[in-house]
Design a binder for this molecule. Structure first.
Ligand SMILES: NC(=O)c1ccc[n+]([C@@H]2O[C@H](COP(=O)([O-])OP(=O)(O)OC[C@H]3O[C@@H](n4cnc5c(N)ncnc54)[C@H](O)[C@@H]3O)[C@@H](O)[C@H]2O)c1
Length: 357
């Protein structure tokens, strides 16, 4: 049975713990260990999940018998930690973005190659059934040549204000949200980014002492000529109907595709809530397993479990070359998305269109 660990057990790290614990329920894997700097948080999570806990991830890597490890720390810490995981001989799943620099992504990719270990990136929007279906339509040629499109992803203001105000200034709506959409559109249209032109606004969050963009609008030209506008923001009101608003439109020579990736048709209003709510159950929903235990399902879980399944495949004699043929979200995918995000960031500063090499 494969043994899995998680480094970084904050807001999103908990999802990794759930994904692996549920595979343990199914007898397929073991959630062996987790590391975080926050001792109290770790102790609470140990009660819920039962794994061994460490405040020093290096000690965890040294003491624990692990096959694969998730890195779910703030973006700018992925590089060092992912490399340490790979150098310790473990496969690694890195949260998006792989790294915030081209050199960092390349270093992580080289560490994976040197140690012959799997490097996978958690771009979970590729596991959304709606997105899988529209990619299929593009692959089948139904859309014709992709010409232009629009992707948007917007968070309620609580994300930068309450979730991680300490590292929000080192991120932005483009890095935190746009990176999902840069990868998703690149995957759907099957083409890398060629250039980017961006504008952004810094008003509301700056006024609250959080030095980052409220919103970013980026126009990205892809190698195949498709031009897609990406709108991302971090300032939707607290009363907005969901934590995130998101969707895509894509127009080709032979058709049009429109997906509301947030509102899947379920809407509700309860006295206990602040207003109307919509539910993206495709991402995450709570249910129970056959033994009555609380479990979660959705693409937010499945993309993490995909890594665990790949580790199981490798441990049972499969090769990374075979996985590559089947397709998994690789370090190269992480690098290409980061290149787009960096071009957007540079364009925000220079005001010019930026070529992506
Ligand atoms: N796939 C998604 O949709 C999605 C959603 C949210 C966040 N994320 C990504 O997940 C990562 C974490 O985001 P978050 O919202 O959970 O942030 P967070 O701030 O809530 O959690 C980060 C955790 O990492 C811990 N940490 C920091 N340095 C560490 C170290 N050296 N060793 C061990 N633990 C350490 C912190 O104590 C904290 O608990 C980011 O890369 C973010 O972009 C992905």
């Amino acid at each position: 049975m494969v043994r899995l660990g998680v480094i970084g057990t904050g807001t999103f790290g908990v999802n990794h713990l759930r994904a692996y614990k549920q595979l343990e329920y199914e007898g397929k894997a073991c959630l062996a260990a987790a590391s975080d700097l926050d001792e109290e948080r770790l102790a609470r999570l140990k009660d819920d999940f039962g794994m061994n806990i460490y405040t020093d991830y290096r000690e965890m890597l040294k003491k624990e018998d692990l096959d694969g490890v998730s890195v779910v720390t703030p973006d700018f810490l992925h590089r060092r930690i992912a490399i340490d995981v790979l150098e310790s001989g473990r496969h690694v799943l890195v949260e998006k973005p792989l790294d915030v620099t081209v050199e960092g992504c390349q270093e992580i990719i080289q560490a994976a190659e040197r140690n012959r270990r799997l490097l996978q990136v958690d771009f979970h929007k590729r596991f959304d059934p709606y997105h899988i279906e529209i990619r299929r339509a593009v692959l089948d040629g139904k859309l014709g040549d992709p010409l232009y499109g629009y992707a948007y992803m917007e968070d309620r203001i609580e994300v930068p204000r309450d979730w991680f105000p300490q590292w929000a200034p080192k991120s932005s709506p483009s890095w935190f949200l746009g990176i999902h959409m840069y990868d998703l559109i690149r995957w759907i249209v099957g083409s890398d980014g060629k250039s980017a032109f961006a504008r952004g606004q810094k008003r509301k969050l700056m006024g609250m002492g959080i030095d980052t963009y409220d919103s970013v609008q980026a126009q990205v030209t892809f190698e195949n000529g498709a031009v897609v506008s990406f709108h991302t923001s971090w300032i939707l009101p607290d009363r907005f109907e969901s934590i995130v608003n998101q969707g895509i439109r894509l127009i080709g020579t032979e058709g049009i595709i429109e997906v509301d990736s947030q509102n899947r048709g379920a809407e509700a209003c309860f006295t206990s809530d602040k207003g109307m709510r919509t539910y993206n159950s495709s991402f995450l929903f709570e249910t129970t397993d056959s033994k009555g235990r609380k479990v979660y399902d959705g693409y937010g879980i499945r993309s993490i479990q995909d890594f665990a399944h790949n580790v199981i495949f490798l441990k049972s004699g499969g090769t990374i070359a075979e996985l590559r043929r089947r397709g998994y979200i690789s370090g190269e995918d992480g690098l290409q998305a980061t290149k787009i995000a960096l071009a957007v960031e540079k364009s925000l500063v220079t005001g010019e269109e930026v070529e992506i090499d």
